[in-house]
Design a protein around this ligand. Structure first.
Ligand SMILES: Cc1cc2nc3c(=O)[nH]c(=O)nc-3n(C[C@H](O)[C@H](O)[C@H](O)COP(=O)(O)O)c2cc1C
Length: 152
């Protein structure tokens, strides 16, 4: 089975999970890179605003075509109660190309369900599985057991 892991990560939390999944499944990895700057203090404010508005932005060139994969794992941090808009932009850019999806979302504490709903809306199909992980869980490495059932 061919598997692609595609995620956006501003501060490496979602990336940690995505890279772990990729290692476990021997999957290809697409790190989604925004052309809009979301780093630093000003970037944080912009991220909140753009996340809330589900703003579609331009992404750096992608390496992999999701239509070549049986399952695509989509990873997003929560921004302002929603899935970070670079991930939404990625889904939109690849409309109709996802056969099966699974979602992994990280957040400080809330917004997981809204993020899943939004991702499902843009993909146009329900995920096979989802996993919600707090920033703390990821940073402390306390998510490995949860991850096992997500990967099955
Ligand atoms: C602009 C912005 C808005 C955020 N909004 C939320 C939020 O609504 N709820 C929450 O629990 N965490 C929120 N967070 C925290 C991130 O979702 C969390 O730290 C996440 O694990 C970061 O993942 P990353 O390092 O992959 O970017 C927000 C972070 C940013 C930058």
């Amino acid at each position: 089975m061919s598997i692609l892991i595609a995620y956006y990560s501003r501060t490496n939390v979602t990336k940690t999970v995505g890279d772990e999944i990729a290692k476990s499944l021997n999957a290809d990895v697409e790190e989604i890179i925004s052309t809009v700057k979301y780093d630093g203090k000003i970037g944080y404010a912009r991220a909140g605003k753009d996340g809330m508005r589900e703003k579609i932005i331009e992404l750096k060139d992608l390496t992999f075509d999701p239509s070549n994969y049986d399952v695509v794992y989509l990873g997003a941090p929560v921004w302002a109660g929603k899935a970070a808009n670079p991930v939404i932009s990625y889904i939109k850019q690849n409309e109709g190309k996802f056969k099966n999806v699974k979602f992994f979302v990280t957040a400080a504490k809330n917004g997981f369900e809204k993020a899943f709903e939004e991702m499902e809306k843009y993909v146009g199909k329900a995920p096979q599985k989802t996993i919600a992980l707090t920033t703390k869980e990821v940073k402390k490495g306390e998510y490995k057991e949860k991850l096992i059932s997500f990967l099955e």
